[in-house]
Write a protein that binds this ligand. Structure first.
Ligand code: HEM
Length: 405
């Protein structure tokens, strides 16, 4: 695990301070999050904290991501669902089964059972709200302006049935069955309140002696990602602040999801020199063109101005403000029946403080001139507000729904 990806106790306390939240000396709820990457916490990631787990958590190897359409219509019903989900998520994160073992023989079991006996596998469950949720439950005035639907981009080929959603659940674990089990059981608990709209699974394996995992184009992905231990940058670029317009989002963030198919057939026939020019990095070690090591600075004389890494981060005045925390997963969903080719690619996930000033301008530049566009298709899109975390006894979403009926 990349040292830099660990959120230190100090940075967490700093975050708490920055958000104006109280953290008790050493044992505050948020401090648990500081244990994410420490030895002894390898199996279990605390569900509770000032921020939700699954954002700064060093990336697990498996993803099950679900989006839901609401069937309920009132804030009170939404509160009940989120209470149920929060309680279940807290239990699942410890590796326990849902409900008691003693059950009525005439009823279906409380837990579907496929994770029985499996370790928690660093399971994290992260909940989010889509832009459409607010009107549906009559809370239109509480929708953050940051949570605007994304504009269309040139080249988008979006499948609307696989896009958007009122609610989302991101389950990450080092075991595919544990992640899937979490989403499946939360879906079951939502019966009658919310129905599954789409589901995306993903995987991401890190080589043992190499910090940065690779995407399905064969390149290291994440070399110049935001460092979650960089307090100042995280406060500036990822965590929503009470002053951002909707105080209930303080300690939350915004997630952009894009299902990006890779045309592996044509990519795999592209010369390596061209592949490297397109990204602006060497394939073998991830060093920027002209550099020798992955973390070498990008030399504008050696990396083409239209390379992916320069369009995504122009490294000019003000572009630091656009930087996002990427946490995507590879996917391989069999064949795309329309073309008879692999339906595989990158399920791009990125956390940020305001998609309008971060994802949108980056993607506008990429959609206009990225050499990668010949080899990729954006097939689905969604944006969610990720509310702050909760203490034991509370529920995710309480800052929004606590005082409503
Ligand atoms: C299939 C689609 C994509 C692939 C395969 C891909 C791959 C990569 C690779 C290999 C790197 C260089 C290593 C690194 O710093 O992580 C990179 C960097 C980056 N990508 Fe992408 N990317 C894709 C889509 C996107 C999208 C849609 C965005 C945002 C709109 C994006 C934003 C970035 C950013 C911000 C960087 C870091 C640039 C830097 O600071 O040097 N990427 N990407």
């Amino acid at each position: 695990v990349d040292e830099g990806a660990r959120l230190s106790r100090r940075s967490l306390l700093g975050l708490a301070g920055g958000l104006g939240l109280a953290v008790g000396a050493g044992v505050g709820v948020g401090v648990d999050r500081a244990l994410d990457g420490e030895p002894g916490a390898r199996e279990t990631i605390p569900f509770h904290g000032l921020t939700q787990a699954g954002i700064t958590t060093p990336q697990q190897e498996r993803l099950a991501f679900a989006a839901y359409d609401l069937q309920l219509t009132t804030p009170g019903e939404l509160r009940e669902l989120l209470r149920t989900w929060t309680t279940a998520a807290g239990t699942l994160a410890t590796g326990s089964e849902l409900g008691s073992r003693v059950q009525n023989h005439w009823q279906p079991p409380n837990d579907t059972g496929e994770a029985a006996g499996l370790p928690p596998a660093r399971l994290t469950i992260t909940f989010g709200f889509g832009p459409t949720l607010f009107e549906t439950v009559g809370l239109g005035s509480r929708r953050p302006s940051q949570l605007a639907s994304l504009p269309p981009f040139p080249g988008d080929e979006l499948d609307l049935q696989r896009s958007d959603g009122d609610l989302c659940v991101q389950a990450c674990a080092d075991d595919a069955q544990v992640a899937f089990h979490a989403v499946r059981n939360l879906t079951r608990l939502a019966f009658g309140s919310a129905s599954l709209r789409w589901l995306q699974t993903g995987f991401l394996s890190s080589p043992p002696n190499e910090a940065t995992p690779r995407n399905l184009m064969g390149f290291k992905d994440g070399s110049n990602n935001l460092d979650p231990s960089d307090r100042t940058r995280m406060a500036e670029n990822v965590w929503a602040d009470g002053g951002d317009g909707q105080p209930w989002m303080a300690g939350g963030t915004y997630l952009v999801a894009r299902r990006i198919r890779i045309r592996t057939e044509s990519w795999d026939r592209t010369p390596i020199g061209e592949q490297e020019q397109i990204f602006g990095r060497h394939k073998a070690d991830g060093a920027p063109l002209g550099g020798r090591h992955e973390q070498d600075p990008v030399d504008a004389r050696r990396v083409p101005a239209d390379a992916h890494i320069r369009l995504a981060n122009p490294r000019r005045r003000g572009s630091e403000r656009e930087r996002i925390l990427r946490r995507g997963y590879n996917f391989a969903d069999g064949l795309d029946p329309a073309v008879g080719e692999l339906d595989a690619g990158l399920f791009f996930l990125a956390y940020q403080r305001d998609p309008r000033r971060q994802f949108v301008p980056i993607q506008a530049r990429l959609a206009a001139s990225d050499g990668l566009n010949e080899y990729i298709q954006h097939r689905a899109s969604a944006v969610f507000a990720i509310p702050p975390g909760t203490e034991p006894g509370g529920y995710v979403g309480a800052t929004l729904l606590g005082a409503t009926r």
